[in-house]
Design a protein around this ligand. Sequence first.
Ligand code: MN
Length: 265
Amino acid sequence: MHILVTNDDGVSAPGLLALVQQMRRLGEVSVLAPDRNWSASGHVKTLHRPMRVTEAQLDDGTSVLASDGAPSDCVALALLGLLPDPVDLVVSGINPNANLGHDVTYSGTVTAAMEAVICGVPGIAVSVDAPEYHQEQLDYSIASRVVHRIVSTCLREGFPKDILLNVNIPYLPQDQLTDIRITRLGLRVYRDKLVRREDPRGRPYYWIGGDAPTGVPENGTDFGALAQGAVSITPLHLDLTSYDKLETLIDWQWVSEDGESPQEG
Ligand code: MN
């Protein structure tokens, strides 16, 4: 078993080290992670500049690889041949904040696992639900043991190649974690506000501020699981087709009755 570990917080993030240490119990681990923080960078494919890969060291002395590409670039580089041995599984994280609902489209953590799926390798994205804008160092020991449990289960059961698992773990003491639940994506409620200020030269600049997002803790969703102290596992595929709207749109009259061709406005 050869596991590629990456993240979106950068190679020196403590969540990555905790994940690497647990994954080593399951097989050979390679690390290729961004050399800086790419949180909320979305799904990136760097095509218009070269990328560099350098050696780095984790806090426990492990030699790893870092790149100036995005998290998804790191996965692509590794799986396209930068690593000599074939990779069986990509695990991304551990991100310090939850990636729930629409977050999955912004998240570098999740899009790294999406890139794995595109390359034909199963992916797992892992985040803990620590408070937004926390200052103190987080303890990843409980979450990383939960990931070990989840990956062991996947290896035993056999992992379909065409999906990724989006895992979110409550930031709670072990005895307060209630359950592991299979969920669907819930509804994120963003509370972004546009902040307009002036730079020292008097020109306006813009910053997306506002309060931390919330979500609807509906039963069966990722938000619902976390609200009840449970680990959430959401299986995701990359087919964003809205199947329930297909029928409606097929019934629309796309060509006018007087025979106007689709090219005419
Ligand atoms: Mn992050």
